[in-house]
Write a protein that binds this ligand. Structure first.
Ligand code: NAD
Ligand code: IPM
Ligand code: MN
Length: 361
């Protein structure tokens, strides 16, 4: 039976990196007889330019019909000044996450040993790093109401957002995190700001409640400011981290740098049935878009996650991950992960090297 994959290249470097990931998917599709049927769609600025909105109905329909979605990135200066905030590319992405209830965002920060020199941290601090950040993705301050910019009586404008989490939202993301921890190092650190924010007082309470069902997992709690510091001081103390939408956004970018570059960090955004959207954690990188130099590996590794989590094709995922490791063994590096003595390659050369390595593994 064929499985539908919706490919949303998006904006900026999105189309450049997604093209390489699609070539990789084509190869494993044929080799492993996966029966994937891929179709393209529009999201973000690319959709706004054609349909006048960042998440057209047609894309939403394609997304609902798909078994999995592969996304590049959205956004860019071209659309930053749109007067109606609802039309911004990022709103399209948030609409897709919310509309499909992709509440569980898994962001694995793994340092490939070959990249120890690419990290800005000392090799001994990051070598062997393997962290999983579980970020709640459809709630919190990103979606909370009321929100907006209002004019006060004195004529001054005031911006406001609301950070909200209901017990059921906290419980379901906590379960995902505990279950992930059970399959890994059996340690879970929940990150909050319970010394200040009531929303995270409840968060901590519910995490402790869920913890009772997972007695084999060691649970700890950390304030987000300390967690940011600990991530760069001694990141290997962490196994799985679970946190809300905004903290997870910020901490995962910090964790990305531990792996050498944000160009290495894939992600999975799952609903309760493991239907998912897969995307690199980085953005559309307007500063390098169109130059053909972006690192496609986070997107290629996101495709591997898609095969593993949503398409029941673990062997194909393993092959892709092994091919990526093989390419790094060869010393091939895009600019963001380049270090002395390595061979600098561009986006297409990196993609081609992964394809060639796939023939070997
Ligand atoms: P960004 O992640 O796009 O870029 C930050 C820095 O990392 C830049 O210097 C960029 O060149 C570099 N970088 C990112 N990905 C890279 C890659 N694959 N290879 C090499 N270098 C890479 O973050 P930003 O500049 O803050 O945001 C740019 C735009 O992207 C904004 O419109 C933002 O809203 C959007 N954005 C989208 C997503 C997404 O679609 N999931 C995520 C983050 C940001
Ligand atoms: C991410 C991005 C998005 C987020 C933006 C583009 C809406 O930064 O996927 O990490 O904040 O979630
Ligand atoms: Mn982000």
């Amino acid at each position: 039976m064929s499985k539908k994959v919706l490919v949303l290249p998006g904006d900026g470097i999105g189309p450049e990196i997604v093209a390489e990931a699609v070539k990789v998917l084509d190869v494993v599709n044929a080799r492993f007889g996966l029966g994937l049927a891929m179709e393209e769609g529009l999201l973000g600025g690319a959709a706004y330019d054609v349909h006048g909105k960042p998440l057209p109905e047609v894309t939403m329909e394609q997304a609902r019909a798909a078994d999995a979605i592969l996304l590049g990135a959205v956004g860019g200066p071209k659309w930053d000044t749109l007067p109606d905030r609802e039309l911004r590319p990022e709103k399209g992405l948030l609409g897709l996450r919310g509309g499909l209830e992709l509440f569980a965002n898994l962001r694995p920060a793994i340092l490939y040993p070959q990249l120890a020199a690419a990290s800005t941290l000392k090799p001994e601090v990051v070598s062997g790093l393997d962290i999983l950040i579980v970020r709640e993705l459809t709630g919190g301050i990103y979606f909370g109401q009321p929100r907006g910019i209002r004019t006060l009586e004195n004529g001054e404008r005031q911006g406001y957002n609301t950070d909200v989490y209901s017990e059921s939202e906290i419980r379901r993301i906590a379960k995902v995190a505990f279950e992930a921890a059970q399959k890994r190092g059996k340690k879970l650190c929940s990150v909050d700001k319970a010394n200040v924010l009531e929303v995270t007082v409840l968060w901590r309470e519910i995490v402790n409640e869920v913890a009772k069902d997972y007695p084999d997992v060691e649970v700890s709690h950390m304030y987000v400011d300390n967690a940011a510091m600990q991530l760069v001081r001694a990141p290997k103390q962490f196994d799985v981290m679970v946190t809300g939408n905004l903290f997870g956004d910020i901490l995962s970018d910090a964790a990305a740098m531990l792996t050498g570059s944000i160009g290495m960090l894939p992600s999975a955004s799952l609903d309760k049935n493991n239907k998912g959207m897969y995307e690199p954690c980085h953005g559309s990188a307007p500063d390098i878009a169109g130059k053909g130099i972006a690192n496609p590996l986070a997107t290629i590794l996101s495709a591997a996650m898609m095969l593993r989590y949503s398409l029941n094709a673990a062997a194909a995922a393993d092959a892709i991950e092994a091919a990526v490791s093989n390419v790094l063994d060869q010393g091939l590096r895009t600019g963001d992960i380049w270090s002395e003595g390595m061979t600098r390659v561009n986006t297409q050369e990196m993609g081609a090297a992964v394809l060639a390595a796939l023939q070997e593994v």
